[in-house]
Write a protein that binds this ligand. Sequence first.
Ligand code: SF4
Length: 183
Amino acid sequence: MCDRKIQIREKTEERLAELPIVQYAWLEAGDIPFSEHVREICREECPRYGTSWSCPPGVGTVEQCRARCMEYEGAFVFTTVAEVRDISDLQETLATRRDHEEVVRQLGEIFEALGAKTLALSGDSCARCPDCAYPDGPCRFPGQMIPCIEGYGIVVPLLAEKAGIEFDNGRNLVTWFGILLWK
Ligand code: SF4
């Protein structure tokens, strides 16, 4: 690893205590597992499918998403955890995603302040606007849009295993994943 990358890692580590990150791992972009099967689950089971530029099909094919990720070198994988009264209550569970997305944004700012270029992915579709412009118009804030990890075709349980990060932190605890691709 070159001196610049080592310095970015070290300086980022110094700032992590400012954020409510539960676990994290430094991977290479090439370690991220992709699968067309995840895209099938999006299509068949996710209500956000076809409603956001941050989700399929608006986000592009799995191969296009993979190629976008491979433009970066490192992959900082992390989780935040939110407690809810009832994890089967989708509305309550999804309401916690904004806090996680804020952590993703802050982490991106830390990397960028250190001179890194980044691509952020989060655990759900982009929540930047109350109503996504998809499909009638282009994304209003392409520079701030945070695509969904699964929407990219990434196999999160396998990613968690590779990263040594808990996929599930227990009853009524929502585990949100984030990935900061960087170079
Ligand atoms: S920034 Fe707005 S328009 Fe763009 S993907 Fe997010 S919600 Fe949709």
